[in-house]
Design a protein around this ligand. Structure first.
Ligand code: SF4
Length: 745
């Protein structure tokens, strides 16, 4: 393996084609298919968001990317791409790319070391911590940004090889709620839809989703709908999507659950439920219907701030619709009672029979390009392949499919992300390996998160860039290749496997995450366990095997070339007679769900008050969300593009209602200090009626944003509640009676 490491690194110095020819056996990396060597086009899947657009990357004679365009033939984006997609190559050329491993020296400086030393330090330090504090004292935080094959290899090496018990991913921050809700309600984490449903609905309900800017290509699919759909946006803020909708339901922050139960109550009262579907395909409806009786229109209006007329019209639109689709994203997922809110949406779809038919569904839109891959295969809080760590039968099945001893599979569930961080506070977690994510920027209550990272005995960050806030806190930085510099698959929001290709060489000594995981396995001493995991495509074949008989069965996908031929393939695609699968498919057309009895479950709980209501000292409710379609999460990549930087404000801003601004003497563009119980920031005032009096909004992408947010999580999904906390505009206090009060439920 030392020889392989040397070959791998030496090959990086030569031209791309030389690397391909000289060292084809090094973990299956560095190879670009022969057909790509001449000048031509490589079809790849975008590495930013979960839409999964296909991009045609135009390459020179060496197979290296020159520029790109959107793929007109792909069933997802139909020739469209958002600004991030068009600029997908720009972040690769950034000057702050990590090009060599960096180790913090005695003077606290990060200094270059060679790969061998880095790997020996990695293994030595983590083994030392494990010897002193137990195997579970080292944990890892994975990501939804790397390919499925890499995240599976990471999860396997960490949990089966290195003996780590605890590992989670940044998908905890965006998708844990949807995954939990589906598992409990449908028996498996199974978003049922296909993007064609955007075009087939006659009523589209977007709940907590600013689709126009968060998922612009999905919004374009809505715009292609020829049925003149009613588009209802439920959001406290008048977002770009709310402005473009036919109806905006501007409820009080965090009163969603009450509204959903109130709608259920009204639909039952109107007789607008499909008893036949409910009786044949669901369980728990009678109990739910009795529970919903408590949500009278009076109560719902009092708690949500909506008028009886608004409520009635909303219910009437759902009742009238022949094909109603419900879509949700972070406005639901990132809440203190997020799982029950998502399930209340699922309940509405079930009771009205809006599932399994074109244009219907209770549809969670995911965030990152491979959030769905993470949910199925990251081996973090669930055993890879949609299995359970706590089930002996599941462990045996996974061990058999992967050719491993079943004893190497942990029998306990991992701690979730927030619990891993809390574990640092108690001394339970001493070492942390962070891959392609940036918690020092993105985690709630940033001040505490950073303090905890600083308490670690050893922090390793594996990333494309040395400049992320988390890399700057690391003891060891491992330089990783980015999107376009390696290959593998992403799974998009509609369960479609899409292929992403190598079209550029990673700079310096940076390696693909796949190669890094293989090297770590070798230096740790468990490399033999993963001999079969020789290349991303070899891992894909293992994952196929693992999926056999599961709801996410992909045994019918032949190989990567098959994905390319078909324009991606949605799971499930079971082994069967050869033939091209349909371009778009949805689940539950037969009314059969993945629970033991085949019935979807109605799940509900009474609403709870938000964890940090406004009060005299902190009278404003802070809302957070995406800023523009040109910004991505913590901007580690989008800030590298000159083009994208021109498309969004350079500095953080805050949306303030004109009434509040007038009362407080805040001028447009003026600096406003915002303070929560956890920290403060200064932002430029944007005076706008997009927010209500007493509510302010800041975009999530700027590093200051999470100084303010509150450390609270949904109890079922453990997803952080980013969307509502109490803040003050320093030195000013609104006159009582003007602001609408947050929900007291
Ligand atoms: Fe990429 Fe998402 Fe934009 Fe499509 S919508 S180009 S997947 S960032």
């Amino acid at each position: 393996m030392k020889h392989a490491l040397k070959n791998l690194l030496r090959a990086r110095q030569g031209p791309m084609t030389r690397e391909l020819v000289l060292h084809p056996g090094d973990f299956g990396l560095g190879r670009v298919p022969a057909r790509l060597k001449p000048k031509g086009t490589v079809v790849s899947t975008c590495g930013f968001c979960s839409t999964g657009c296909s991009l045609k990357v135009h390459v020179d004679a060496r197979g290296e990317a020159i520029n790109l365009s959107a793929d007109p033939k792909y069933p997802v984006n139909l020739g469209m791409a958002c600004p991030k997609g068009w600029e997908a190559l720009a972040p690769l050329a950034a000057p702050d790319r990590a090009t060599t491993p960096l180790l913090r020296n005695g003077r606290g400086q990060l200094k270059p070391v060679d790969w061998e030393r880095a790997l020996l330090i990695f293994c030595g330090k983590f083994k030392e911590i494990q010897a002193r504090h137990g195997a579970a004292s080292v944990a890892f935080i994975s990501t939804g940004q790397i390919v499925t094959e890499e995240m599976a290899l990471l999860g396997a090496v960490a949990k089966f090889g290195m003996g780590l018990l605890h590992g989670d991913g940044n998908t905890r921050q965006c998708m844990a709620t949807a995954a939990t809700a589906y598992k409990q309600s449908f028996g498996f984490d199974a978003p049922p839809f296909t993007y064609a449903d955007f075009e087939e609905s006659d009523v589209i309900v977007l709940w907590g989703s600013n689709l126009c800017i968060a998922h612009p290509i999905m919004w374009q699919r809505v715009m292609r709908n020829r049925h003149q759909p009613e588009i209802i946006v439920v959001d406290p803020r008048r977002t770009e999507t709310a402005q473009a909708a036919t109806r905006h339901v501007a409820l009080r922050p965090k009163s969603d659950l009450t509204l959903l139960y109130g709608l259920a109550h009204l639909l039952i009262a109107r007789g607008a439920v499909r008893q036949e579907f409910i009786g044949a395909n669901t369980s728990g409806y009678e109990k739910f219907a009795r529970f919903a009786e408590d949500f009278s229109a009076e109560r719902v209006c009092a708690e949500t701030g909506l008028s009886p007329e608004q409520l009635e019209k909303f219910a009437a639109a759902i009742a009238r619709g022949k094909r109603v689709s419900f879509w949700w994203t972070m406005g639901v997922n990132q809440g203190h009672e997020a799982t029950r809110t998502a399930q209340a949406i699922i309940n509405l779809a079930l009771m009205t029979g809006n599932i399994g038919r074109p244009g219907t569904g209770a549809n969670s839109i995911t965030g990152q390009c491979n959030a769905m891959g993470s949910r199925l295969y990251s081996n973090t809080t669930g055993l890879m392949g949609g299995y359970n760590f706590t089930s002996a039968a599941d462990r045996a099945k996974v061990a058999d499919a992967l050719g491993l001893r079943k004893e190497c599979i942990p029998q306990e569930n991992s701690l979730a992300y927030d619990q891993i961080l809390d574990g640092i506070a108690t001394g339970k977690i001493r070492g942390l390996w962070v891959i392609a994510t940036n918690p020092a920027h993105s985690w709630i209550h940033q001040g505490r998160a950073r303090e905890l990272l600083d308490q670690l005995d050893f922090l390793v960050v594996q990333d494309m860039y040395t400049t992320t806030e988390t890399a700057q806190a690391a003891h060891l930085v491992l330089p990783a290749a980015g999107w376009g510099e390696k290959e593998g698959t992403f799974i998009n929001s509609e369960r479609r496997f899409g292929l992403t290709r190598k079209v550029a060489r990673a700079p310096g000594q940076a390696l693909s995450d796949f190669a890094i995981f293989k090297l770590i396995a070798h230096y740790w001493g468990c490399g033999e366990m993963f001999a079969q995991w020789s290349s991303p495509e070899a891992v894909f074949q293992l994952l196929k095997k693992l999926s056999r008989g599961q709801p996410c069965d992909i045994t019918g996908i032949r190989d990567y070339a098959h994905l390319e031929e078909c324009g991606g393939i949605q799971w499930p695609h079971r082994e069967g007679p050869p033939g091209k699968p349909k371009a778009e498919r949805r689940l539950f057309a037969d009314g059969k769900f993945f629970t033991d009895d085949g019935r979807a479950r109605f799940i509900f709980d009474p609403p709870r008050p938000p964890p940090e209501p406004t009060d005299r000292d902190f009278p404003f409710m802070l809302l957070t969300g995406r800023g523009t379609s040109s910004q991505w999460h913590t901007q580690t990549r989008t800030a590298k593009s000159d083009v994208l930087r021109k498309l969004y404000p350079e500095k953080i801003y805050v949306e303030i209602h004109p009434d509040d601004a007038a009362r407080l003497g805040v001028a447009g563009g003026g600096a406003v200090e915002i303070r929560s119980r956890r920290g403060a920031l200064t932002a430029a005032a944007l005076i706008t009626a997009t927010v209500h009096p007493g509510e302010i909004f800041i975009p999530m992408h700027y590093v200051e944003a999470n100084r303010l947010t509150h450390w609270s999580v949904d109890p079922h999904s453990r997803q952080p509640a980013y969307k509502a906390c109490a803040v003050a505009l320093v030195g000013v206090r609104p006159r009582p009676g003007k602001a609408r009060q947050p929900s007291k439920t």
